[in-house]
Design a protein. Structure first.
Length: 197
């Protein structure tokens, strides 16, 4: 188990490093498009809770006309989402900067998605803090925002209890199909609702 955990960390680091190098030209183009489309910073940063309860700033490309940090619902046709932001969300490109978080050992390629600090109260939520949060999760390939919050926490718990490098590999292989299907970008009725615990 110790060796497998070490191997996971090594894979995360190398994948993030190589990914950032290969994607650097795309980062540059996306940054220009964001700046041309609306005023504001290129990146959106928000405090999240990581392994063992440590907080960190998650990196994303900004997809909204202004940074909104808090408990809010987001609809598919929300006027706060920019034109470029809508495109980035559609292909999940806004998540790419989290490779920086992986390189900093704050996140992993695969693991429970990192939640805002206010969403880490009950036992299932706390259990998620035993591992590094992931850029991609089991929930992502099971419906993303269409999955009810309590089911998401149960899936995360199952992932932690049944973790293996093989499971991570299967999840990663499923990602392209999920992205291009567009399923679950928004929840029921086209709205992403925050967790109310």
């Amino acid at each position: 188990m110790i060796f497998r955990r070490f191997l996971k960390k090594a894979i995360d680091f190398l994948a993030a490093l190589i990914g950032l190098i290969l994607l650097a030209p795309f980062f540059f183009v996306i940054a220009i498009l964001i700046k041309l489309d609306s005023r504001g910073p290129v990146f959106f940063k928000q405090e999240r809770t990581g392994k063992n309860g440590r907080t960190f700033l998650i990196w994303k490309f900004r997809t909204m006309i202004r940074n909104i940090d808090g408990n809010y619902a987001l609809s598919e046709k929300d006027p706060r989402i920019t034109k470029v932001g809508s495109f980035l969300r559609r292909l999940t490109l806004d998540e790419w900067p989290q490779l920086i978080n992986i390189l900093k050992r704050e996140m992993s390629l695969v693991g429970p998605r990192p939640l805002p600090v206010y969403q880490t109260g009950n036992e299932l939520q706390k259990k998620r803090l035993k591992v590094l949060p992931g850029m991609i999760s089991l929930v992502d390939i099971k419906g993303r925002n269409l999955v009810p919050w309590e089911e998401r926490f149960k899936m995360d718990s199952w992932y932690i209890d049944n973790w293996s490098l093989g499971l991570d590999f299967k999840i990663l292989l499923s990602v392209p199909f999920v992205i291009f299907s567009g399923k679950g970008i928004y929840g029921k009725d086209g709205v992403n609702k925050p967790f109310q615990g």
